[in-house]
Write a protein that binds this ligand. Structure first.
Ligand SMILES: NC(=O)c1ccc[n+]([C@@H]2O[C@H](COP(=O)([O-])OP(=O)(O)OC[C@H]3O[C@@H](n4cnc5c(N)ncnc54)[C@H](OP(=O)(O)O)[C@@H]3O)[C@@H](O)[C@H]2O)c1
Length: 274
């Protein structure tokens, strides 16, 4: 009698902020690699269009989960999806891409306090809640002997590496938080075989950087979004705790560590760095 083994389960990735920019690119790359997808953002029409396109091009099975990650009920709905663990319900999530974010800038004294709070909710609170929902499931699956790659990519920013970031104080602080937290959790998760990787882009041409793009910032300052997602997925697969995509930003990262804080503060301009 021939032994019939079960067909390999396709892996599943949940991408937040998949309706545009870097998150949309993550969805495309992951679909091309054969992942089933859960697409999360507020703009359901854009997610529906992307899901249809990826089904057509790659045969991707994509769920659309429209949610506001700045609101507790929106975040809770995504947490619930991330807690899926059994063979009977929705497929467990092998890779969470915590990408959704707000990039509000301006002098802190002039920022709308509600916008500031919403940015904290999306950039920090939701990132933590989603990671906290999926990590125990992934650790348990590894302990049960599952050997598929599992884990989280947290999209942080070089903005968090600045010594000071006038004009982007809160945004930069949210990203500093994400990087420190993500790299620490990466070391906690590594012994379980679960990979957690922070990706720190510099400028990328997306909706978030419209003003920067229109301000005459040189081309060399921008890294293509395809490069961000490729480097992030490679670093994650390799189990690296963080990655800075683009040679110019790798160099900047090294310089930022070498320049004395006092000198940096003395010359810091008013440009927001995303
Ligand atoms: N562009 C850069 O230069 C740069 C540099 C470093 C880091 N980053 C980071 O990269 C990530 C993606 O940004 P991007 O550049 O691709 O900008 P983007 O094109 O504006 O994309 C932002 C994404 O986040 C989603 N989002 C925003 N608020 C949300 C909310 N309340 N609930 C659910 N989803 C929400 C948006 O979807 P909806 O509007 O449909 O909800 C959108 O899909 C962010 O974390 C950003 O901080 C960007």
């Amino acid at each position: 009698m021939r032994h019939m083994s079960a067909p390999p389960r396709s892996r599943t990735a949940l991408v937040t902020g998949a309706s545009s920019g870097i998150g949309e690119q993550f969805a495309r790359d992951l679909a091309e690699r054969g992942y089933a997808l859960v697409l999360v953002a507020r703009r359901a029409d854009r997610l529906d269009a992307l899901a249809a396109e990826l089904a057509d091009r790659f045969g991707t099975a994509a769920e659309v989960l429209s949610a506001d990650l700045g609101a507790p009920d929106g975040t809770a709905a995504v947490e619930e999806r991330l807690r899926a663990d059994g063979p009977d319900g929705p497929a467990p999530v092998d890779l969470l891409v915590n990408n959704a974010g707000r990039g509000d800038g301006g002098a802190f004294a002039e920022q709308d306090p509600d916008d500031v709070e919403h940015m904290l909710d999306v950039n920090v609170r939701a990132v933590l809640r989603l990671a906290r929902a999926v990590l125990p499931v992934q650790i348990a699956r590894r302990e049960r002997g599952e050997r598929d790659p599992m884990g989280i990519i947290n999209v942080s920013s070089m903005a968090g590496e600045m010594t000071v970031n006038p004009g982007g104080s809160v945004y930069g602080a949210t990203k500093k938080f994400v990087t420190l937290w993500s790299e620490s959790v990466a070391l906690e998760a590594a012994p379980h075989g679960v990979h957690v990787t922070a990706v720190l882009p510099g400028f990328v041409r997306t909706d978030m950087t419209r003003a920067v793009q229109e301000s005459g910032t040189p081309d060399a300052a921008f890294v293509p979004k395809e490069r961000i997602t490729r480097d992030a997925l490679r670093a994650w697969a390799a189990g690296r705790t963080s990655v800075v995509p683009g040679a110019q930003y790798k160099l900047a990262d090294g310089l930022l560590r070498a320049i004395p804080r006092t000198l940096y503060k003395a010359v810091a301009g008013r440009r927001t760095v995303l």
